[in-house]
Design a protein around this ligand. Structure first.
Ligand SMILES: [Zn+2]
Length: 159
């Protein structure tokens, strides 16, 4: 069998995961293979420069097997940072975590899934709140500036 190219971006790949975009390029029919593919992706993320990390998080392979899926979620949590809610990487990780939550919700719940869902949802809520405050502060600064300009214009042209 010749080595095919990544079905997602067309780049050549060596393992189960495309080195360029993080999509699944090989076959993962068993839970062990899914786990290996996820580990490859996480390693690739850790060894990539930041802009590429964002791309990898966005397109990265998401496993189906429950334990691997939970691991993927935990990795997302570790990639999120409240001090940079508007940064691409936190945003991409939050979206990926959202996808993990959706996938987990479709499973019949057991104690492990319930615990993971609780953790992930709390983290996403915290991120949304931080994002809200960031947006609100931006809006407040803009409002104050606008008022200052209006006042200045009024002050200059009042006669
Ligand atoms: Zn690719």
């Amino acid at each position: 069998m010749t080595n095919p190219n990544c079905p997602h971006c067309g780049a050549a790949f060596t393992g189960l995961i495309c080195d360029y975009c993080g999509a699944l390029a090989g076959m993962t029919s068993t839970p062990a293979e899914q786990r290996r593919a996820l580990e490859e992706l996480h390693k690739l993320i850790a060894n990539s420069p930041r802009e590429k990390q964002v791309l990898l998080i966005k397109n990265g392979y998401l496993p189906d097997e429950t334990a691997s899926l939970i691991d993927a979620g935990i990795k997302c949590v570790s990639l999120m940072d409240d001090d940079e809610v508007k940064a691409d990487r936190t945003d991409a990780a939050a979206r990926r975590l959202d996808a993990v939550v959706i996938k987990l919700r479709l499973r019949p719940p057991d104690s492990e899934i319930t615990r993971a869902l609780q953790l992930f949802q709390e983290r996403l809520e915290k991120n949304n709140k931080a994002k809200f405050w960031y947006g609100f502060m931006g809006f407040a600064v803009f409002g104050i500036l606008a008022l200052a300009i209006i006042f200045l214009v009024w002050f200059i042209f009042r006669r």
